[in-house]
Design a protein around this ligand. Structure first.
Ligand SMILES: *[C@@H]1O[C@H](CO)[C@@H](O)[C@H](O)[C@H]1NC(C)=O
Ligand SMILES: *[C@@H]1O[C@H](CO)[C@@H](O)[C@H](O)[C@H]1NC(C)=O
Ligand SMILES: *[C@@H]1O[C@H](CO)[C@@H](O)[C@H](O)[C@H]1NC(C)=O
Ligand SMILES: *[C@@H]1O[C@H](CO)[C@@H](O)[C@H](O)[C@H]1NC(C)=O
Length: 512
């Protein structure tokens, strides 16, 4: 592996006392006495976890949701940097599948999904409430009353446990006591996720054997395979504290390579956003360049025209109205000018000013739910229900502004991790909402193909309700690529039924 190892920190173990009870003892009496003590301690630890003093808080109802939650939700914090007091906030949704049985008796074969959100500092709450989780906002005009929630029938928790984490620190409800703690990057924040998992599974050992998958979309396309690489190396080194990694999935994923962005040009051409002439001009003048950092004036000029044209559409789903974003606001033009192309993956940019509610999108706009989420998440009742620590995150925003907090883009490309993991038997699903202009399927198909594995299931449609739901191809490295017909950048947000069909088949080892 070529990544620089991050210095490890001494870790504090909450259950150190309980595990020391396993040591052999010389006297039988003492042994029995200690056995009893051990039992008492373990019960105490179990009680402490379930009552929420350390491991988490069981949330049986949520403000705005009518009645008790029809699924098991636990929230909590895990400390990942003791020096600076960094704690990552999580939402754990237990699988609703009948076979899982629920609780500590959960079946060992129920898949376990660890979900990361895209954007470098977007809250994973988007994954929970807009994409794959069991709740949705009731879309109705905000009038000052707490926004209402409803159940999502296409939740991926129907077939798997899902652990959502606000990462990197500064996203959502994750926080640092010391300002220095916010200074993270791709590599250090992934180490924190690795530490997070070890501690979380120490507190929830009943899930450690379940088939474990890492998932995420957009910017998580860089983090998920890198985290997978880290865990796989730990497993190979014999570490018993890690989850039972089986594979990962990434949606409209960034890789850090120019192909993610350059493919916007052929995509915009193919769907009729730019002319034949402009397409040819860009190909002629920008050959071999990173289209976001043109190195000659003719290319820069053509790209400028390109930017103006694509600003006419909603880039996360080109068929929808391009309306104002509510915390975050997509700032496409500044992203196009960005000297660091990787920032383009923050498909949306937060408002980020304290006590400033987000811009008000027209009701009916796809972003209206984001607007509602601001009022819901900042309500005192919500914070109490979720167990948010006082004085940590004064104002929750869905995504922070670019540059508001420091971040190092120190994974230049995640393709080697895709290659390495899938070469060693880990399964991968790479999917693309086919109406996304931010990370178009063309670029994703290109790098998947560049891994040079042979085709085992050639390009074909997969179906839902007798209609094609998208198209798929599988390679000999256990990597499946799939498009989602009509899907946008965060595909499950736009095509929940098709995405659920794709996910549930893949995660249960069935053909799409
Ligand atoms: C994958 O990474 C591991 C750990 O760094 C390394 O030992 C192995 O040679 C790599 N395998 C491949 C196929 O690249
Ligand atoms: C706001 O809208 C909700 C849902 O439509 C309604 O129940 C509530 O009475 C309204 N509140 C006010 C203050 O108008
Ligand atoms: C693909 O995944 C399946 C299921 O996990 C596994 O049994 C098989 O060995 C993998 N194949 C390869 C080529 O790694
Ligand atoms: C795939 O094949 C191409 C052409 O033969 C080669 O340039 C490239 O390095 C190969 N990629 C990998 C990951 O082996």
């Amino acid at each position: 592996m070529t990544t620089a190892p991050v210095p490890r920190r001494p870790r504090h173990r909450r259950h150190g006392l309980a595990s020391s009870c396993r040591h052999r003892l010389c006297s039988r009496c003492l042994f029995l006495l200690l056995l009893l003590l051990c039992f008492v301690l373990q019960v105490a630890v179990a009680l402490a976890s379930s009552s929420g003093s350390g491991a988490g808080k069981v949330v049986s109802s949520l403000p705005g949701f009518d009645g008790p939650l029809p699924f098991h939700l636990e929230t909590g914090y895990v400390e990942v940097d003791e020096l600076n007091g960094v704690e990552l906030f999580y939402y754990f949704v237990e699988s609703e599948s009948k076979s899982s049985g629920g609780g500590a008796g959960a079946k060992k074969d129920t898949p376990f999904l660890f979900w990361l959100t895209g954007g470098e500092r977007c809250s994973v709450f988007s994954g929970l409430a807009f994409e794959i989780g069991p709740i949705r906002f009731v879309l109705e005009p905000y009038n000052g009353t707490l926004p209402r929630l409803q159940y999502n029938t296409n939740s991926w928790s129907k077939v798997s446990h899902i652990l959502f984490v606000d990462s990197p620190v500064g996203a959502g409800f994750s926080y640092s006591r010391e300002p220095k703690g916010y200074d993270v990057g791709d590599i250090s924040s992934t180490w924190q996720l690795h530490d997070f998992l070890i501690k979380w599974f120490n507190d929830h050992p009943e899930y450690r054997e379940n088939p474990f998958y890492i998932g995420g979309d957009s910017y998580a396309g860089k983090i998920a395979p890198f985290l997978g690489q880290m865990i796989s190396e730990g497993i190979e080194a014999g570490k018993k504290t890690l989850p039972n990694l089986k594979g990962y999935l990434v949606g409209n994923p960034g890789t850090g390579e120019t192909v993610d962005f350059n493919s916007r040009v052929p995509y915009a051409h193919g769907v009729g956003i730019i002319s034949d002439q402009l397409y040819e001009t860009i190909l002629g003048n920008c050959q071999g360049q990173d289209y976001y950092n043109p190195s000659n004036a003719l290319c820069a000029q053509a790209i400028n025209t390109f930017n103006n044209l694509i600003s006419e559409v909603q880039q996360a789903q080109i068929l929808l109205d391009a309306c104002v974003y509510a915390s975050p606001v997509p700032n496409i033009d500044s992203k196009m000018d960005d000297s660091d192309g990787r920032k383009i993956l923050r498909e949306e940019i937060g408002v980020g000013r304290l006590n400033h509610p987000p811009a008000h999108p027209p009701f009916g706009c796809i972003t209206y739910g984001y607007y509602l989420s601001y009022f819901w998440a900042n309500d005192k009742r919500t914070r109490e229900a979720l167990g948010i620590k006082k004085g940590t995150v004064e104002e929750w925003v869905r995504c922070h502004d670019a540059g508001e907090l420091p971040y190092a883009y120190d994974i230049k490309s995640s393709i080697k991790y895709h290659h390495n993991l899938t070469s060693r038997g880990y399964r991968a699903l790479v999917y693309s909402g086919d109406h996304d202009l931010l990370v178009p399927h063309l670029g994703t198909q290109a790098w998947v193909r560049s891994l040079n594995f042979s085709i085992v299931d050639d390009w074909r449609a997969y179906h839902l309700g007798g209609q094609s739901a998208g198209f798929t191809i599988s390679y000999s490295n256990n990597m499946t690529f799939a498009t989602i017909k009509g899907g946008g950048h965060t595909a499950p947000e736009y095509e929940p039924e098709r995405c659920f069909a794709m996910f549930s088949r893949w995660i249960l080892n069935r053909p799409l």
